[in-house]
Design a protein around this ligand. Structure first.
Ligand SMILES: Cc1cc2nc3c(=O)[nH]c(=O)nc-3n(C[C@H](O)[C@H](O)[C@H](O)COP(=O)(O)OP(=O)(O)OC[C@H]3O[C@@H](n4cnc5c(N)ncnc54)[C@H](O)[C@@H]3O)c2cc1C
Ligand code: FES
Length: 277
């Protein structure tokens, strides 16, 4: 028994090699890679530790369709050494995978209710599995609205999918800075909430993006009458072990790797914007 537990723990700490099945460039800085599945079941919102050989290991959310167990998909924005190495991977290349880790989005809890999915920038990646799950079970959910903001039109992720999704759910997009040909909204994502159709008392909101965007979104949701106990956010912190041992990812009383990354807003929302935590 003890040996089985030790083996399971060691498994969580040892990367497993996985081959890159395909690679798609999303934007100038962002790439989506599909890996051979590790065989581990996962939930929308969970993340893996991806190890770029010779560079290092970072947490990356699973961005694929939960109904496609034949591929393990991640979307990575190149911001530093490891993420850039992952973005340079080609089909046939290898990466180390540990996981999945962490908590998931409340998809089951959203059944029968209106759903607001609010994303900023690469924050759409961890929410993409939720959109897939909502579309697969479309009749089980009420009105579904995706609100998505990015810096420029060229930074919008999953552009073709956004068009496809818009045939079955409401999709509202906005950019900080327009470009020639952009006919959509300009500005931050929060004002779009006023245009979404939902019952505030019964709706579920799932929010992921830069912390400042999440802070303003939570305030607007509160103002519109969505209770904090029905609002969920995904937090990011630097990580090392991903299994609650090292303390790198501490956020106040919680460890993001173990207790998050998806938290109910009433548990951690108050900490958004406090630099020390
Ligand atoms: C649970 C979780 C899920 C994530 N999912 C994704 C994802 O789906 N796609 C994706 O592209 N990225 C995701 N990230 C962020 C990603 O892990 C970081 O961008 C990565 O660790 C940067 O490592 P690096 O070596 O490339 O850059 P570094 O050299 O370590 O950092 C480059 C810059 O990014 C900043 N930075 C580093 N890590 C973070 C972080 N965790 N949050 C905010 N800023 C950071 C640094 O301060 C620095 O300015 C996730 C992070 C967490 C914690
Ligand atoms: S990354 Fe080690 S405790 Fe969370």
């Amino acid at each position: 028994m003890r040996r089985a537990a030790a083996e399971a723990a060691a498994g969580l700490l040892t990367p497993r090699p996985a081959r890159v099945l395909s690679r798609r460039r999303e934007t100038a800085e962002t790439v989506t890679i599909a890996l051979e599945p590790t065989g581990e079941p996962w939930l929308p919102g969970q993340f893996n530790m991806l190890y770029a050989f010779g560079a290092g290991e970072i947490p990356v959310s699973i961005s694929g369709d939960p109904g496609r167990p034949d591929r393990l998909v991640h979307t990575v924005r190149a911001v530093g050494m490891v993420s850039a190495a992952l973005c340079r991977l080609r089909r046939g290349g290898w990466v180390g995978v540990r996981g999945p880790f962490g908590t998931g989005w409340p998809v089951a809890e959203a059944r029968g209710r209106d759903v607001l999915v609010v994303a900023g920038g690469v924050g759409l990646a961890p929410l993409r599995p939720v959109v897939h799950a909502l579309l697969r079970g479309r009749a089980d959910f009420g009105r579904v609205t995706l609100l998505y903001g990015s810096r420029t039109p060229a930074d919008l992720l999953f552009r073709r999918e956004l068009e496809r999704w818009a045939r079955r759910i409401d999709v509202l997009t906005t950019v900080d800075a327009a470009a020639p040909g952009w006919a959509g909204d300009v500005g931050v994502v929060t004002p779009l909430l006023r245009r979404a159709a939902f019952d505030p008392a019964g709706a579920v909101a799932m929010v992921c993006g830069p912390e400042v965007m999440m802070r303003f979104t939570l305030a607007e949701l509160r103002r519109l009458g969505v209770p904090e106990r029905a609002t969920w956010i995904s937090m990011e912190r630097n990580m090392h072990c991903a299994v609650g041992l090292c303390g790198h990812c501490q956020l106040g009383p919680a460890f993001v790797c173990r207790d998050g990354p998806v938290f109910r807003a009433d548990a951690v929302g108050w900490m958004l914007g406090i630099r020390e935590v």
